[in-house]
Design a protein around this ligand. Structure first.
Ligand code: SF4
Ligand code: SF4
Length: 102
């Protein structure tokens, strides 16, 4: 199975669990399955899968989630789509020095 993990311990994602109302929205919008609901509240289960897209923070109704979106791996994905690999971003997904997708 393909792992969504990219770099270890660099993600800006934070969650204030005490603010969570358990609406499930973050589990539905996250494309990499970072969150789980445990005892009625969200929990970050797979932090290193986060690509800082910002969907969870944008859709959380109580602003329990913070993430510096628009940077990191999301930029690498966009660079690959637009053909800008290696031009302005060092972390392109097809950079053989950094990619975990072989
Ligand atoms: S920023 Fe995107 S990838 Fe990261 S946890 Fe939120 S929805 Fe998932
Ligand atoms: S979107 Fe916000 S309130 Fe809803 S489950 Fe996730 S952290 Fe909790």
């Amino acid at each position: 199975m393909l792992s969504y993990e990219y770099l270890k311990n660099v993600v800006s994602l934070t969650l204030e669990e005490n603010r969570c109302i358990g609406c499930l929205m973050c589990t539905m919008v996250c494309p990499h399955g970072v969150f789980e609901i445990v005892s009625g509240r969200a929990r970050i289960t797979y932090r290193d899968r986060c690509m800082e897209c910002g969907a969870c923070a944008t859709n959380c109704p109580v602003e329990a989630i913070k993430v510096a979106s628009g940077v990191g791996c999301a930029q690498a994905v966009l660079n690959s789509i637009t053909g800008r690999n290696g031009k302005g971003c060092c972390c392109t997904i097809d950079n053989p020095a950094t990619s975990r997708i072989k």
